[in-house]
Design a protein around this ligand. Structure first.
Ligand code: PEP
Ligand code: MG
Length: 876
């Protein structure tokens, strides 16, 4: 049992071992096998991380023994020794989960340095400055990243040293300054931690490995996992790698490059590098990097080798690669390769280009684009007239495309808070770090003063599809005072600005945004997805405008038209309230007579917008509290309208109060009490269809859907009213009209008795919002208040109202689908809860054999792609 292997040399792994070695570790192993120059090292597996948590946050002895053995192997390969020797082995330590995950531990470089080894490095390199600069960086990183001492405290010490010396740049500090800094840093460390800085490299290493494991469960990582559907049980691996130095003078350097442009998808190497620097300098945006093409001038031979390897990696992985490299005194090393994060535009262009180049099949290409990313393509661009008149106040790097307009906020907390209040916000930061993730998620756009195209802000914003302008150095920002200045003007918290993430332009005003079209690569790609997928995609739409928008995005019908939403409009609310508070059939019929022409007009609009495509209209399903008048003046106005006394109406309103309206008098229960509501709605649905069919020559077959059914007799009761009303109208019209009657499956009892229900229902539509609410037994309106505690305690990892709980709620869906088909083999099955627009839930719907998913208009392309991916992964 204790012989289990937890530590793998790079030469022992391969790309298929991603689950065990993490993405980074698996790729380092694969590159080693491909003969690419990789500084050698080893990966501590994700299983070791899981064991760490099982062992109550302890790195067990058997793992430490395996780490020490691996170190010995690396010592053999490199002819260096870890510890106090004449040729000391220095290491880097990096986290590496199955999928790359910002928010976890950053890199530790130069591990192994102490007061003795630093002198050995001086001797070996003949470069005191280099050795002490590496040492002070290591102390700073270790203190910050592993021990949690604020980075700022170290930066203050450097700033003080520069001030005393009256210089501006770190590079102007000489060897003696750096030696002094090392002493000051170690003093600071001892004061903060209460123990001296660890001199033993083995202790440094185990502390760092532990910090990586710990970082898997830091709050930022947990938030990121929830946003990206990453299970907590995966754990992270740790990569320990021999250091190579990009800061050994002018024949050294370090950089980051992509095989294609991650913003546009253009098939051209894209990247940045810095001469005489370590990786952190590029990522942190402290110095402005050179374009990778400059390497061709500085070192043609390294450039050529780099390009050849980059191309071979792309061919090998059949995907755009994001690579980190270092050149140490003229010798090129690859430190990392991974499938590069890219904008949605780039993802589509790369997928389409790679099919055209013959390197991918259409099915493979379909899997290369994240469904959730497509939503970003449907997000706004600037109004062409307004943008012409706007003045650009500054220009930064076009780090993540799109247009954003919002009020300026300077901290992630403020951005999040204002967003929650309904404001549109733009987050403005000197530079972003993983702590800012929630503010970045909340923001329409992100503007940073520092950092390049590969800075944290740029990478994360692209991943999220949020507009970002990075490295806008012209802006003078004071994060404490919460203001920035540019061009002699000051912008404070709450002022409007607009960002163009495709040009890097910043505007000091609000600019209207408009919606884009599906065209070009997007259109081609979506056509492939449609050809492959088996699930139909419909939309949830309540107005002709929404319906038309959804058709533009590829919806093939309406899966849910919530008729109560039409009642919210100002001119209708009085009639709706009249209907609800009516105490006699006459009063109710009077109110319904007012509503009938309005409803009919709505349905005509929707049928016309859908041009003959199927439309499912659901009967009224209002939790009554949403409509009841609560203000005295509304009750007074209504009493006048109805010709009854204020006091009488007030008593009626009070009597309609429900303790739990979501489980109250709603859905089909209303029709059981007041059949005239179903009569009115049936009349509107049927008359509208007859009229539009006749006028436009369509063949609309209305699908009438009855909500909140839990018992077959309940469904039959309402259905009989529908049939009687509809058939009378059709007979009277002398026209022919087909229609169907079905039900929502949103109450667990309906799912469990679906074989019975299917005797009356011609179709089922799974209302997984209510089904989730009633299966979990918590309210969809209130769960948000306590779900955070559940995430924190790792009881739930995601919101079951966003992502279908496949184990529990999904089981009911599966049971109901099977039972329904047993009774009625041709029963039409769909889903119209919010989950219809969630990729993993769409995949589930494909797997259990539903016919369609229905989601909000903006999610239609996403659902089309998720459906195609489900078919590629699991053909049916
Ligand atoms: C549902 O319950 O899943 C559903 C679609 O209905 P509503 O959200 O309107 O209750
Ligand atoms: Mg419902």
């Amino acid at each position: 049992m204790e012989n289990k292997k937890y530590v793998y040399l790079f030469s022992e792994g391969n790309a298929r071992m991603r689950n065990l070695l993490g993405g980074k570790g698996a790729n380092l192993a694969e590159m080693t096998n491909l003969g690419i120059p990789v500084p050698q090292g080893f990966t501590i597996s994700t299983e070791a991380c899981i064991k760490y948590y099982e062992d109550e946050k302890n790195v067990s002895d058997d793992i430490i023994i395996q780490i020490n053995k691996a170190i010995q192997e690396i010592e053999k390969i490199t002819c260096k020794r870890f510890g106090n020797s004449d040729n000391p082995l220095l290491l880097s330590v990096r986290s590496g989960a199955r999928v790359s995950m910002p928010g976890m531990m950053d890199t530790i470089l130069n591990l192994g340095l102490n007061d003795i080894t630093v002198e050995k490095i001086v001797k070996l390199t003949n470069n005191i400055r280099f050795a002490y600069d590496s040492y002070r960086r290591f102390i700073q990183m270790f203190s910050d990243v592993v021990m949690g001492i604020e980075k700022r405290k170290f930066e203050d010490l450097i700033d003080k040293a520069k001030e005393e010396k009256k210089v501006k740049f770190d590079t102007e500090l000489d060897e003696n300054d750096l030696k002094k800094l090392v002493v000051q840093y170690k003093k600071l460390y001892a004061e903060e931690i209460g123990k001296p800085f660890p001199e033993d490299p083995k202790d440094q290493l185990i502390e760092s490995v532990t910090a990586v494991f710990r970082s898997w469960n830091n709050p930022r990582a947990i938030v990121y996992r929830r946003l990206n559907d990453i299970p907590g049980e995966w754990g992270t691996a740790v990569n320990v790698q021999t250091m190579v130095f990009g800061n050994m003078g002018n024949t050294s350097g370090t950089g980051v490059a992509f095989t294609r442009n991650p913003a546009t998808g253009e098939n051209k190497i894209f990247g940045e590098y810095l001469i005489n620097a370590q990786g952190e300098d590029v990522v942190a945006g402290i110095r402005t990097p050179q374009p990778i093409t400059k390497l061709k001038e500085d070192s043609p031979q390294c450039y050529e080798e780099f390009i050849n390897i980059a191309h071979s990696l792309e061919n090998h992985y059949k995907d755009m690669q994001d690579m980190e490299f270092t050149i140490e005194q003229g010798k090129l090393y690859f430190l990392q390769t991974r499938n590069g994060k890219r904008t949605a535009q780039a993802a589509l262009k790369i997928a389409v280009d790679m099919v055209n180049e013959g390197s991918l099949t259409k099915e493979e290409a379909i899997l290369k684009v994240e469904p959730k990313q497509l939503e970003t393509l449907l997000h706004p661009a600037f109004d062409t007239d307004e943008i012409k008149k706007a003045t650009c106040i500054a220009k930064g790097l076009p780090a993540s495309p799109g247009a954003a307009c919002g009020k300026v906020y300077f901290t992630a907390e403020d951005a999040k808070e204002q967003h929650e209040k309904g404001e549109k916000v733009v987050l403005v930061r000197l530079e972003t770090s993983p702590e800012d993730i929630e503010g970045m998620v909340a923001a329409e756009g992100i503007l940073t003063v520092r950092g390049g195209m590969t800075s944290h802000a740029a990478v994360v914003a692209r991943g999220m599809g949020t507009c970002c302008v990075a490295g806008c150095g012209k802006i003078n920002i004071d994060e404490e005072k919460k203001v920035f200045q540019v061009g002699g003007k000051q912008y404070s918290e709450g002022d409007y600005i607009s960002l163009d993430g495709s040009t890097g332009n910043v505007y000091g005003e609000a600019i209207k945004t408009t919606l884009p079209e599906i065209s070009g690569d997007f259109e081609i790609f979506m056509k492939w997805a449609d050809d492959i997928k088996k699930l139909q995609v419909r939309t949830n739409a309540d107005t002709p405008k929404e319906a038309a928008e959804a058709v533009k995005f590829g919806a093939k019908g309406i899966g849910l038209c919530r008729t109560e939403h039409m009642f919210f409009e100002e001119d209708r609310i009085p009639a709706v309230r009249e209907m609800i508070v009516a105490t006699t059939v006459e009063q109710r019929k009077k109110a319904l007579d007012k509503l009938l022409p309005m409803q009919k007009k709505d349905f005509i609009g929707i049928y016309e917008a859908m041009e003959g495509k199927p439309v499912t209209i659901r009967f009224l399903d209002p939790p009554l509290h949403e409509f009841l008048p609560s203000e005295e003046e509304d009750i007074r106005a209504l009493s006048k309208e109805m010709g009854i006394s204020f006091d009488e109406l007030k008593i009626t309103v009070a009597s309609l109060h429900e303790f739990n309206p979501m489980m109250g008098h709603r859905g089909c229960r209303l029709t059981v009490s007041y059949p005239e509501i179903a009569q009115m709605q049936t009349t509107a649905i049927i008359e509208a269809a007859l009229e539009v069919n006749k006028r436009k020559g369509f063949n609309i077959v209305p699908e009438i859907m009855i909500p909140l059914v839990g018992e077959i007799k309940e469904l039959k009761f309402v259905k009989d009213i529908v049939l009687k009303t509809a058939n009378e109208i059709i007979d009277k019209s002398g026209e022919k009209l087909k229609y169907s009657v079905g039900t929502m499956i949103e109450i667990p009892r309906a799912a469990l008795t679906a074989d019975e229900i299917a005797k009356e229902a011609e179709f089922f539509s799974f209302g997984t919002n209510d089904l989730t609410q009633m299966t979990f037994g918590f309210s969809r309106d209130d769960a948000g208040k306590f779900l955070d505690d559940y995430y924190e305690n790792k009881i739930y990892e995601f919101d079951p109202f966003e992502k279908l709980d496949q184990i529990g709620v999904g089981k009911l869906v599966k049971i109901a689908a099977e039972l329904g088909k047993k009774t009625r083999p041709d029963i039409h099955l769909g889903i119209c809860g919010e989950h219809g627009g969630d990729p993993s839930s769409v995949e589930f719907c494909h797997n259990v054999g539903l016919d369609y998913v229905s989601c909000s208009p903006f999610r239609v392309p996403l659902a089309r792609l998720a459906a195609a991916q489900a078919q590629v992964k699991n053909p049916r």
